[in-house]
Design a protein around this ligand. Structure first.
Ligand code: UDP
Length: 410
């Protein structure tokens, strides 16, 4: 019943020119004693969101260095995913809790999936809360269980977290993006491993300036004029209306500037749609604000093109688990103006690899500084790319996982 995810091939050797021989060799050395070890990743879905982006890149690379790694997704129906969505929001701070009946749905689907787990594994890595109760029903399938958290647990709804905690404590190790996301009272081994982007995926591979500009023109962007861009889901924590405020302030000084808000939408996400419509009315038909979503056929290449073409990439988040969009922009040598929250300051060092801001006024001020000074833009962009190269590309993440496996009794 757990569905195997079909994966393409990746070769670590292809990353050597991007991350350097030293890291590639360290990876090979760490992988050698782990050859043939059987590792299963379990997640809730194979498309959309950061978890699947990461797994599509890292699982083939783990195989390439000799491990026997698989990725399966759990089976769930609408009633289950409605509960896990509530749980996700609640764990990230939403007041609304989970009723007893909803917990029963969560547990029942997890138990059903646990029963269908077969084979024996050296390690099972369970991603995020949706399948977190799997371990309880399938302990005998692996000696080592890891829970990999991809969300921001720094200000959770305590009632929800407390109910989940006994399930999480059962894991041998738990892994988080940042220290402040580790729940109080977590026993066992705790690891801090930030996520990473895949520099060779269609979203992040090098696009020529001509191709980026060609794609953006198809969406009505005048590529002879400056462009500010934010790529994000339409949600309150991404603050797209704050981006519009900042854009309007910039335009008072620089009338030729344009804004693109690029955001994916789930067709079954009524809240997301409502927020999208609010953002749309806030833009008030302004022809220089382009609001695009996946129903405009915006996929990985288009996101790549907008990020590559933008003179300033904004990420005006009010909360942010990590902010892969920031990493993506840094990797594309873009100057970034971003909210000083969550994982963003790990990536953007104020004044060096971009600017950290906390208001539309500051965002507008820093954006103008960049737009008026192409040398500054280049300098921030180059420093940003080096930071991404050093810390936030898939091979570093692979090395960190191999360290974790290497320290286990496999
Ligand atoms: N993304 C996308 N299309 C969109 C909006 C977002 O492909 O229209 C991608 C984005 O490029 C990034 C991911 O979705 O890879 C969002 O990750 P992030 O950590 O920035 O935020 P989250 O959505 O997980 O809060």
């Amino acid at each position: 019943m757990l569905q195997d995810v079909g994966l393409g091939d990746r070769s670590l050797a292809d990353y050597t020119h991007l991350v350097g021989r030293g890291l590639v060799e360290e990876i090979r050395q760490r992988a050698e004693p782990l050859a043939g070890k059987r590792i299963l990743n379990v997640s809730a879905t194979a498309f959309g969101g950061g978890v699947s982006e990461i797994l599509y890149a890292i699982v083939p690379l783990m195989r390439d260095v000799g491990l026997d790694v698989h990725w399966r997704v759990i089976l769930g129906r609408e009633e289950f995913f409605n509960v896990t969505k509530l749980m996700h929001n609640s764990l990230q701070g939403d007041d609304q809790g989970i009723s007893d009946q909803q917990w029963e749905v969560f547990e029942a689907y997890n138990a059903m999936n646990a029963q269908s787990l077969d084979d024996d594994w050296d390690v099972i890595i369970v991603h995020d809360p949706q399948p977190a109760a799997l371990r309880a029903g399938a302990t005998n399938h692996s000696r080592n269980w890891i829970w990999r958290c991809h969300i921001d647990l720094s200000t959770p709804n305590l009632e929800t977290l407390e109910r989940l905690m006994p399930l999480l404590r059962d894991y041998d190790e738990t892994v988080y993006h940042m220290e402040q996301y580790v729940p109080d009272g977590m026993d066992g081994q705790v690891q801090i491993i930030p996520p990473a982007i895949d520099p060779l995926s269609p979203k992040n591979m090098a696009l020529s300036p001509e191709d980026a500009s060609f794609v953006c023109q198809q969406f009505g962007i005048d590529t002879d004029r400056p462009l500010i861009c934010q790529v994000s889901r339409f949600g309150p924590w991404k603050d797209p209306m704050g981006v519009i405020d900042a854009f309007r302030l910039v335009r008072e000084e620089m009338p030729e500037v344009q804004l693109a808000l690029v955001g994916s939408m789930a067709t079954d996400d009524p809240e997301g749609w409502e927020f999208f419509h609010q953002t749309f009315s806030y833009a008030d038909g302004d022809p220089d604000i382009k609001i695009l979503n996946n129903l405009n056929n915006v996929g990985a290449i288009e996101v790549n093109a907008f990020q590559s073409q933008a003179d300033v990439v904004m990420q005006k988040s009010l909360r942010e688990g990590f902010g892969l969009t920031v990493t993506e922009a840094l990797w594309k040598v873009r100057p970034v103006v971003a909210g000083n929250v969550g994982g963003i300051p790990l990536q953007v060092q104020d004044g060096e690899t971009g600017y950290l801001i906390s208001s539309p006024e500051d965002a507008a001020d820093r954006t103008l500084r960049i737009l008026r000074d192409p040398e500054l833009a280049k300098q921030l962009g180059r420093a940003g790319k080096e930071r991404a190269r050093e810390l936030f590309l898939t091979p570093r993440l692979l090395r960190d996982w191999l360290r974790v496996f290497g320290a286990m009794d496999l």
